[in-house]
Ligand binder design. Structure first.
Ligand code: SAM
Length: 351
């Protein structure tokens, strides 16, 4: 259920945060990037994202923002300085007519970058329509190249994902980024480590791979058992023979740090939310599928844009909620490591 956030219509006076009308938080960080979850439904059930299928309940359809509501919110956000959008979920491609939303958002003045994160199972069907609608780039989750392990971890099939990667390339989406969450005992650490194989696969697909440290989202026990640091992974011989670990880490324009491949054929990305916090440069806001506005992934303070809109809030009210969200963005995001934490899971928030 969405948090019963009390709706407050803030006074329409200039916030101390908004001398130039742009979203800046209390620590001087410009909030220019918004992740938009279009659904909390997914056709996979990745253990790290939706820890227990039994405990997971999707929001009723009526709670989910309509495309017109998302478009209105983004117009205002863009006017306040948000220029970069990423569509996510749940699985965004299970939402009907997603290309319609993409073309609406691509046409909003001020939006210069529109990307999506997907599990790619349905991408072969939609890649061309998405590219035509204005989707620039795509990130595809890929945690294993072993079909059996893939099925065990995600509940889905590997083959359509590989077909989706090829379809994205054929549709001209560049760059294609593959995202792998590292899990000890599953795809990293010991014999079953797939890091080297995944690097080779990414190169063969003309894609950039990024390895992500597992975050404790509502499943402290799972995290404790499976977390492995990037640093640990970089000690492996098969990784060191491919990646120049002595090169300086290059900071991209996102949370990722990059190291060059020894072959000279590209780079590998590392996202280290646990071992190297990147809160200092965080420029993110999140819009959940049920209209919650969040300014920090692990902080559960979210403001209710959906009810504000549905109860007749005007554009200035929406602007005020954005300013409020910037104001409550913490300097550092705090993860809860306890097994019974009541925090929302990734599928609910939108990764
Ligand atoms: N269904 C889409 C997908 O699979 O890419 C989009 C949503 S998914 C929640 C977005 C990203 O969040 C994925 O790359 C996933 O691997 C990542 N993610 C989910 N739970 C995570 C966790 N506990 N730690 C690190 N990354 C996580």
């Amino acid at each position: 259920m969405i948090e019963a956030t009390p709706i407050r219509f803030f006074e329409n006076k200039p916030s101390r945060l908004s001398a130039d009308g742009k979203l800046t938080d209390s620590f001087g960080r410009k909030l220019t990037y918004m992740r938009i979850s279009v659904t909390d439904r997914c056709n996979m059930r990745c253990d790290y994202c939706r820890p227990s299928a039994d405990a997971y309940k999707a929001e009723p359809h009526a709670h989910i923002l309509q495309y017109e509501e998302i478009e209105r919110i983004v117009r205002i956000a863009a006017d306040m300085g948000v220029s970069k959008l990423r569509i996510t979920g749940g699985e965004p491609l299970v939402r009907r007519d997603l290309p319609v939303l993409i073309s609406k958002l691509a046409g909003i003045p001020g939006i210069s970058d529109l990307s999506m994160t997907t599990n790619a199972t349905l991408l072969a069907k939609y890649a061309e329509d998405l590219a035509d609608a204005g989707l620039n780039r795509i990130n595809i989750s890929l945690d294993s190249l072993n079909a059996l392990r893939f099925r065990r971890l995600t509940g889905g099939e590997l083959a359509p994902v590989v077909a989706g990667i090829k379809a994205a390339r054929a549709a001209g989406m560049t760059p294609i980024k593959l995202n792998t969450v590292l899990m000890r005992g599953i795809n990293a650490g010991g014999e079953q480590c797939e890091v080297a194989e995944l690097i080779d696969f990414a190169m063969s697909q003309d894609a950039t791979i990024r390895f992500i440290e597992l975050m404790p989202m509502k499943q402290g026990m799972y995290w404790e058992e499976h977390y492995i640091s990037i640093d640990d992974v970089l000690q492996r011989e098969d990784v060191r023979s491919r990646v120049d670990v002595n090169a300086p880490l290059v900071t991209g324009n996102t949370a990722a740090r990059y190291l060059p491949l020894k072959s000279g054929a590209g780079e590998v990305g590392f996202i280290m939310p646990m071992s190297e916090r990147f809160c200092e440069g965080c420029n993110r806001l999140r819009l959940t599928s049920d209209g919650g506005l969040r300014s920090c992934l692990p902080a559960d303070d979210q403001l209710n844009l959906r009810d504000l809109i549905r109860q007749g809030g005007n554009d200035n009210d929406i602007r005020s909620l954005f300013l409020r969200s910037a104001l409550i963005k913490p300097e550092i995001g705090i993860y809860d490591f306890t097994a019974d934490s009541e925090k929302r899971s990734m599928i609910h928030i939108g990764g």
